[in-house]
Ligand binder design. Sequence first.
Ligand SMILES: [Ca+2]
Ligand SMILES: [Ca+2]
Length: 154
Amino acid sequence: MRFTIRAVMAAASAVAAAAAMSAVAAPTAQAASSADCASGKVCLFEGAGYTGGILTLGTNSSGLPNCEKYLGDNYFSSGTLADNNASSVINNSGTAVVSYNKAQWPSPQGDWYFIVSAGGRLSSLTQTTSYWGGSGSDGRGYTVNMNDSVSAAC
Ligand SMILES: [Ca+2]
Ligand SMILES: [Ca+2]
């Protein structure tokens, strides 16, 4: 009887170990890295440090990034809505990209926006040098928390 219980426990333990191993080995299909942002592309990442899901913005016939006037109909590779969820950005294109807090490109009235230079990247958006658009704009850069707030990019 004691032997039987031990055998059952050993079997259960083996099953648990196998389950743990398969959990570790399971592919994390939705996890992205900076390497996933192709040459010439502009990419938004769900997490800081180019992690989580990735959204690669399209390009036009000239190879320049397409304007995404509203990210409410774009999704990261993880399935998360892109609007108000971007936490890092890579700009592998040859042109600067402007990211807006509000979905009102191209006139940022009463809206914070920041610029990612050609070839530039921001691993975090919590302290982003941003500019106030529209009425009262003084052209100065301010440190603004733009994490999980980008709604448009152009
Ligand atoms: Ca995020
Ligand atoms: Ca927003």
